[in-house]
Design a protein around this ligand. Structure first.
Ligand code: FMN
Length: 417
């Protein structure tokens, strides 16, 4: 029997040693530990799922490459998490995904998209989230990240189910801010252009929220630089029309987002992963584009960025998005190749085979799902069953392992009289 035949057999067939341990030991013995890199030859050789292979974002090890994308819930009270967050995050944390990113969380009250956005700017908002996370953590070991955000000129909006439009001042809304006094929609009142004092305050607000996130025991921070919110507004020439050091040339437009990244990175220990979500293109002629995103990714890589999550659009109502399955994956692929950053692809990724192919072909290191996870909160279980992989499931649900999938939940054992 060749070493290859032996390995193949040991990887796939039963033995008294747990499957996951066998794989780890064999990896170390024959190939060294390379789980934090790309999909290894060893795993391909063993016909293991790429999607379900472990991965590391900086210091944080993920059990698989499935990420639950951040999703605003518009269900907080004065920025404080509510019982809805316990239900919502609680059930997603039992889904078997590799990472759960908590929704866009405002670093100051004026940075909320809607009055009901989650916040992390005070002891009260920190305490409310602490209560939710303590309950979630009691039952779920899934790595947890939080998306720290400021909505800029897209703040002061209604929740989507109320129409999502700008709420005027005096009707529950507030004065929005942006790099320049240019409204998102020409019919809206303009935001106030930020000055140097504001920028210093906002940088500090991101850093303080990061420290609160660390105190909450979260594993990672994703800084929101996408979807037309404040940091994206600095990047895009469509929204940033400043004449000072914070506008004009690409280097100047990147200055504030990079300053915020550095402040957040410095505010938390290295044991916490810090990454970003970007819109890789505005989908508007003359706007932010893929080549500028590559330059941003390279600048972030030099500053110790642990991952980049590649989305697109959101800064202009003139955007023309070529919607379809995988429509943002080529953007992620290019950024990954040019920057070497661990990369998350997102956007209309709905099928297990589709997600598997993205990771297997090296287009991205991880895939994120948003709507697909709400539609099917057990998506990772179903994907594992389809791809012949294993998924971690709370022991209360072990008895639900379907017939014919005897290793789906790993080496679990249950008994009954
Ligand atoms: C209900 C909902 C809320 C969302 N909230 C956020 C958010 O807080 N932050 C963010 O960056 N994107 C947000 N998004 C965008 C998603 O993270 C994701 O990028 C987008 O839906 C495309 O992925 P999908 O095709 O898997 O849904 C939201 C999407 C949905 C459906």
């Amino acid at each position: 029997m060749t070493q290859a035949m032996w390995l193949n057999g040991v990887c796939k067939t039963g033995s008294s040693v747990p499957h996951s341990l066998r794989v780890k030991v064999l990896e170390r013995v024959f190939f060294g530990s390379r789980c934090s890199g790309g999909f290894t030859n060893f795993q391909r050789f063993c016909q293991m799922s790429a999607l379900f292979s472990p991965f590391s974002i900086g210091p944080v090890r993920l059990p698989n490459r499935i990420v639950i994308a951040p999703m605003c819930q518009y269900s907080a009270h004065e920025g404080e998490a509510t019982d809805w967050h316990l239900i919502h995050l609680g059930h997603l944390a039992l889904s078997g995904a590799g990472l759960l990113i908590i929704e866009a969380t405002a670093v100051e009250p004026e940075g909320r998209i809607s009055p009901a956005d989650l916040g992390l700017w005070s002891d009260a908002t920190e305490e409310a989230l602490h209560k939710v996370l303590a309950s979630v953590r009691r039952y779920a070991a899934m790595p947890l990240a939080i998306q720290l955000a400021h909505a800029g000129r897209k703040a002061s909006s209604q929740a989507p189910w109320d129409g999502g439009q700008l709420i005027p001042k005096g009707q529950g809304g507030w004065q929005t801010v942006a790099p320049s006094a240019v409204p998102h929609n020409p019919k809206e009142p303009p935001p106030a252009a930020l000055d140097e004092v504001d920028l210093a305050r906002l940088t500090q607000a991101f850093a303080s929220a990061a420290q609160r996130a660390h105190r909450l025991g979260l594993d990672a921070i994703e800084i929101h630089m996408a979807h037309g919110y404040l940091l994206h507004e600095f990047l895009s020439p469509l929204s940033n029309q400043r004449q000072d050091d914070w506008g004009g040339a690409l280097e100047n437009r990147m200055r504030f987002p990079l300053k915020v990244f550095e402040a957040v990175r410095d505010a938390v220990p290295r044991a916490m992963a810090v990454g970003v979500r970007i819109s890789a293109t505005d989908w508007v002629e003359g706007g932010w584009d893929l080549e500028q995103s590559v330059a941003l990714g390279q600048a972030l890589a030099q500053r110790g960025c642990d991952f980049i999550h590649v989305s697109s659009g959101g800064v202009s109502p003139l955007q023309k998005i070529p919607l379809g399955p995988n429509y943002q994956v080529p953007l992620a692929e290019r950024i990954r190749a040019a920057t070497g950053l661990p990369t998350i692809a997102v956007g209309l990724i709905t099928e297990p085979a589709q997600a598997e192919a993205i990771v297997q072909q090296g287009q991205a290191d991880m895939v994120a799902l948003a709507r697909g996870m709400l539609f099917d909160p057990r998506w990772p279980w179903h994907a594992a069953a389809e791809l012949g992989a294993q998924v971690e499931v709370p022991r209360q649900y072990w008895r639900s392992q379907p017939r014919g999938h005897t290793h789906l939940f790993g080496d679990v054992k249950i008994g009954q009289r």
